[in-house]
Design a protein around this ligand. Structure first.
Ligand code: TXA
Ligand code: MG
Length: 322
């Protein structure tokens, strides 16, 4: 789980040679490519099987570097100052004539920027010296990876190297906030919650309407999906179901079960979510089970906003498959 300086230099060199590198961030593992290279960015879309209308997040070392690529309003600057490095992605107007691959922002006139806090992500960005476009390192529509082994399983053949930083602390992807216009809009909820953002902006922050696919092309309904179907808000289980519990598990359930957080802690649940979905999926299929039932997670937009972000991922995991 420790990465040597040699591996780090190797990874940076691979980025500069337009290859793909998987690396840990505090949220999930990313599939990184040189964001200045159309060729490298194109191979990210190819490796993931990702539609090219779904733009990528560009990772940079610092707020100073972010200014080369995005135009910051005063509010956007205040948010970046408060939450970077950390799990907040800001969608901003793309600076004209900036050197970023247009493919990274899928031809939009905005760009999604984030300064990750994970020391290995920071070390890679410093060593490579270029911005790194990185979606979550999973096949498009599948569950995001929170451990190096998840990446190797799904995308091992596509990457030059996987930097193993152990399990990701946050466990769900960054909050994506559209700060490209006056109305601050959360395109993807995450661990930096609406009340946290509003405490900095002193102005209301809204959630994008569920069907605002135009806003964020990535917000496709079915996403984060295991192979087994998912049933939400389960208060009982059937014989052919595995259980993803939260808090005190259902007494009636005797079969395969994992618990997101026995003590009902939302941070712990977020960190466990994707790994447990993967494990229930693969062990459930081995045992011939037909579905994953998930107990209710307390979630409201304001009071338990992290639960809201977890519920968002679960809803997409349970959505009808396209
Ligand atoms: O935590 C994270 O954000 C991880 C780690 C690796 O940093 N990355 C990640 O990337 O989750 P990805 O590509 O799986 O999700 C990026 C999201 C997508 O929903 C995409 O549609 C949205 O950000 N996005 C990117 N650029 C955008 C833009 N210009 N306008 C609107 N949405 C954008
Ligand atoms: Mg993703």
């Amino acid at each position: 789980m420790t990465v040597s300086n040699r591996q780090l230099r190797w990874a940076a060199a691979a980025i500069l040679q337009e290859q793909l590198v998987a690396f840990p961030t505090e949220t999930v593992y990313g599939l990184g490519a040189n964001a200045l290279s159309d060729h490298a960015v194109a191979s990210v879309y190819a490796a993931k099987g990702r539609p090219q209308f779904n733009p990528l997040i560009v990772h940079v070392r610092s707020l100073e570097e972010a200014h080369y690529y995005g135009v910051f309003s005063e509010t956007a600057w205040a948010l970046a100052h408060q939450f970077w490095p950390g799990p907040l992605t800001l969608v901003l107007p793309r600076r004209e004539q900036c050197r970023l691959s247009l493919l990274a922002s899928a031809g939009l006139d905005t760009v999604a920027l984030r300064v990750p806090a994970h020391p290995l992500a920071q070390a890679l960005l410093h060593e490579a010296g270029v911005p790194v476009a990185a979606p979550s390192a999973n096949r498009s529509g599948h569950i995001s990876p929170t451990q190096a082994a998840h990446v190797i399983e799904e995308l091992g053949k596509s990457v030059a190297i996987v930097l193993d930083g152990g399990p990701c602390a946050v466990g769900i992807e960054s909050t994506v906030l559209d700060a490209s216009s006056e109305l601050l809009t959360i395109l993807r909820p995450g661990s930096i919650t609406k009340p946290m953002l509003e405490a900095t902006t002193h102005q209301p922050v809204v959630y994008a309407a569920a069907n605002s696919s135009i806003h964020s092309p990535g917000m496709l309904e079915s996403h984060y999906a295991p192979d087994l179907p998912v049933r939400l808000n389960a208060v009982d289980t059937e014989q052919n179901e595995a259980l993803l519990a939260f808090g005190v598990p259902l007494v009636s359930h005797a079969g395969l079960m994992l618990n997101l957080s026995p003590s009902g802690n939302l941070q712990e649940a977020a960190a466990n979510l994707f790994r447990m979905l993967r494990e229930l999926d693969s062990n459930g299929r081995k045992r011939g089970l037909k579905r994953i039932a998930v107990m209710p997670i307390p979630s409201s937009e304001d009071n338990s906003a992290l639960g809201y972000a977890i519920q968002d991922r679960l809803t997409r995991a349970a959505a009808p498959r396209g």
